[in-house]
Design a protein around this ligand. Structure first.
Ligand code: ZN
Ligand code: ZN
Ligand code: ZN
Length: 214
């Protein structure tokens, strides 16, 4: 606890992270996806390997989320650090570096420089006619969030699009839980007149009648 921070923004962040954690998403994922990488490190100007292409899972988004090779050896040597790489100016991570700390199921992976990678965020898509647009239309697989054409039957083009989907799902679940928790508050149910949870109640509560009662 070396740094003192003003309380309000921190608590707002914590609340957001708690929501994400409840959805099965690690709290640092949002920070990873919103961090700008590959800027020169302010602490190491003029050094040859000073581009900020590292992200520390253990330090999360405290202060500088992106840092350079030298920062890593000074401050994060015993931490879990993800290295961000670039493909055509887009940020990617290697599958081997994130698969143990993140559920990457459903996200399209690509082999780039003989390593399997996935994209952090949705990429802007070419608009209008042209080879790329034609290719996209011909693909049988598309990202469920942004519509980008995928090579293989995956659901999302990137971790970012998967996160959007996870948050949506969590929103539905939270709403459902609220309905279940509210005493008799069943208005949100599609079949409004139905009794709440008929199956569970019946199985537990109804007394068993002897089949051959006379
Ligand atoms: Zn640095
Ligand atoms: Zn660290
Ligand atoms: Zn997408």
């Amino acid at each position: 606890m070396m740094m003192r921070r003003v309380a309000p923004p921190a608590s707002a962040t914590e609340e957001k992270e708690a929501t994400a954690a409840a959805a099965g998403v690690p709290g640092w994922l949002g920070a990873l996806l919103s961090t700008r990488f590959f800027l020169a490190c302010g602490a190491h100007p003029g050094s040859p390997r000073n581009e900020c292409n590292m992200f520390c899972i253990d330090c999360r988004a405290s202060a500088a989320a992106a840092f350079c090779y030298y920062c890593r050896s000074h401050r994060h040597s015993s931490h879990r650090v993800i290295q961000i790489r670039r493909s055509s100016y887009h940020d990617v991570v290697r599958v081997t570096e994130v698969e143990d700390v993140l559920d990457i199921g459903g996200v399209q992976t690509y082999v780039i420089n003989s390593a399997r990678v996935l994209f952090l965020n949705e990429r802007p898509q070419p608009r209008g006619a042209g080879a790329a647009a034609g290719k996209a239309a011909a693909s049988p697989y598309n990202c469920e969030i942004c519509g980008r054409a995928l090579l293989d039957p995956f659901r999302f083009c990137s971790l970012g699009c998967k996160l959007v989907d996870t948050k949506r799902q969590y929103g539905h679940e939270a709403a459902a839980n609220n309905v279940a928790a509210g005493a008799g508050g069943n208005e949100a149910d599609a079949g409004g007149s139905k009794q709440p949870r008929p199956q569970g109640r019946r199985r537990k509560g109804t007394p068993h009648r002897a089949p051959f009662g006379s």
